[in-house]
Write a protein that binds this ligand. Structure first.
Ligand SMILES: Nc1ncnc2c1ncn2[C@@H]1O[C@H](COP(=O)(O)OP(=O)(O)OP(=O)(O)O)[C@@H](O)[C@H]1O
Ligand SMILES: Nc1ncnc2c1ncn2[C@@H]1O[C@H](COP(=O)(O)OP(=O)(O)OP(=O)(O)O)[C@@H](O)[C@H]1O
Ligand SMILES: [Mg+2]
Ligand SMILES: [Mg+2]
Lengths: 165, 157, 157, 165
């Protein structure tokens, strides 16, 4: 399975709709301090179902909604859409495109959609589990966190290998 | 199951030693099961010894050496079971110029089986990319994306 | 004593805002006493808002913004009472090129009153130094010092 | 007061005697990963009396003694000497040079000397206290630690200002 595109709208500093298309291989994201690179990483973790605000550097989940600037008002909603290419369960050997989206209104919980149809977090998690993606502890190495692999307790480190086994 | 874990452990351990030696140009590194009789529960220890040096606590390694050792272990796990994608956020920040180049080469080797999204301020890493996105805030506090060529990226770092 | 703490707090707070605004080209930052009635014990909160952005949790700031904010506070404390010396080990690692330059300029302003020892891989920081030491391991695992000129340093990073 | 020179011998990767002379102003220390830059910072903290092995990235204090390489045996002792220029208590307005040294033999404790005469850790601490140096929490910002100033608890952060007040 592979990522095809990621669309952000109202997510953290991405007030306006913005879209990244992913080639196969390696995509580099560059720019000055504070421009929004790590926010892109956060949006990908978020649309895949991240539940902990702290994993996205926030105190509460509403912190991911665009909070306004001196020139623009805060927004009421954040939305991220991820387009994936996945094996088609109906056609062995073939693939299909799936769009996972997550929306958060400031005073309510998250809404999930798979190909436009509303679902629960669990439906997204099940879908990802089938692709071998799940919540792979090592799909995201956050800024400043690369050393954690070495400094975790021996029993926690085990989990990393267990996920692969 | 015990068997599957042992199989994964042995494979990843061998790859870890291989990748470490390649990126450090020698030395040795390996994983150890704290209690081989308790395969289902025991912890895993890491030993890493850059070339010529004596193996001591991981904590004594330098910032750059720790980052490269961690990346070597991560990629060894990927060799066994690739993640479909992997986001690396400025893992090359503590690396000197030569090691940034080695890191970029490591990613290029793995990108057939894993889609990498690498956030970086380092030019050798940008050079290795198939696609380059620049993130800008022309309007303060509002992020926008720009697809860039390498020479523009150098302005954006 | 309460008075001395309040005097230090007010001075450092004002300097923190000043230094922050200078290095970020605007925005605002300040310290807050959690309980102004309990000057001897209460905690201190930090607020930092880069230019144009809305002030939110410090945790939401970027890696580079956090480093610059922390350096601004450190230097504000130095303005009040300079440390005779200060060792900064790769504090410029998360900074983009423009910000490394601003960091180097900050150190140059403070070096009259404080002897700085700055460990770095970044060229703009090296350029700002009065003395440059290179550390090498020609014999593996054995560190030696070399006093270097700037162009040699560029080979050593 | 200012630092004049730092000499390392047998301290971590500095097996052979090495000396840095400090100008006034700013000294930059550069070199490839693992060459020994942070070890220099550790040696300065150590000679000034650092008691925690963990603050020097070790498990025990003996970890600072050169541990050998494939070509060289481990050494039995680590020594660091720091030459300082300090106000002369006997001659107001004048300064004098003071040499603080710390030595550690593998199986025994640390020995301290001030201008060659043996003293205790407390003597070194008292000497530094007079210079306004003491154990200033903000004289050393270690690798990867700059964010700590921002992430400490509000009451711990207070200590930083209290030291200055
Ligand atoms: N909810 C929000 N609304 C508006 N802006 C936000 C929100 N959350 C975070 N930000 C802003 O996003 C910026 C951080 O972006 P990000 O962490 O992606 O930067 P970065 O490009 O990774 O920078 P660095 O190179 O320093 O790591 C901060 O300035 C922060 O104020
Ligand atoms: N007691 C010891 N004996 C010999 N070598 C040691 C000892 N303690 C640490 N070292 C070695 O010193 C090296 C680390 O040095 P240091 O942390 O100063 O590197 P650095 O120049 O700061 O690198 P980086 O740029 O990656 O931060 C490690 O390779 C480590 O093995
Ligand atoms: Mg970032
Ligand atoms: Mg270091």
């Amino acid at each position: 399975m592979r990522l095809i595109a990621l669309e952000l709208h109202g997510f953290k500093s991405f007030a306006d709709p913005q879209k990244l298309s992913f080639p196969a291989g390696m995509t580099a994201v560059v720019g000055p301090n504070g421009c929004g690179k790590s926010n892109i990483s956060d949006s990908l973790a978020w649309v895949l179902g991240e539940q902990r605000a702290s994993a996205l550097r926030g105190a509460e989940m509403a912190d991911v909604v665009f909070a306004g600037t001196s020139q623009r008002k805060p927004m009421g909603m954040a939305e991220v859409k991820l387009t994936l290419e996945m094996p088609d369960p109906a056609l062995p050997g073939a693939t299909r495109e799936v769009v996972i989206s997550r929306r958060l209104y400031r005073d309510s919980g998250s809404e999930y959609r798979i190909n436009g149809r509303e679902g629960r977090l669990k439906d997204v998690q099940d879908l990802l589990m089938d692709t071998g993606m799940g919540t792979r502890a090592y799909s995201f190495i956050q800024q400043g966190q690369i050393d954690l692999i070495l400094s975790t307790k021996p029993k926690d480190r085990r989990q990393l290998l267990e996920e692969a086994a | 199951s015990e068997e599957r874990f042992k199989e994964a452990f042995d494979f990843i351990n061998a790859r870890f030693t291989e990748v470490f030696r390649e990126v450090f140009g020698g030395g040795t590194a390996h994983l150890t099961l704290q209690d081989p009789k308790d395969l289902l529960e025991c912890g895993i220890e890491i030993t890493a010894q850059p070339p010529g040096k004596s193996a001591k606590a991981l904590t004594l390694l330098s910032g750059g050496e720790k980052a490269l050792t961690a990346i070597s272990l991560l990629f060894a796990i990927f060799h066994f079971k690739p993640s479909p994608f992997c986001v690396l956020d400025e893992v090359d920040a503590p690396l000197d110029e030569a090691n940034v180049g080695r890191f970029a080469a490591m990613v290029q080797k793995m990108k057939e089986s894993t889609q990498f999204i690498v956030i970086t301020h380092q030019k050798p890493t940008m050079v290795a990319a198939d696609t380059l996105y620049g993130v800008t805030q022309e309007e303060r506090g509002i992020s926008r994306l720009v697809s860039v060529q390498l020479r523009d990226a150098e302005q954006l770092v």
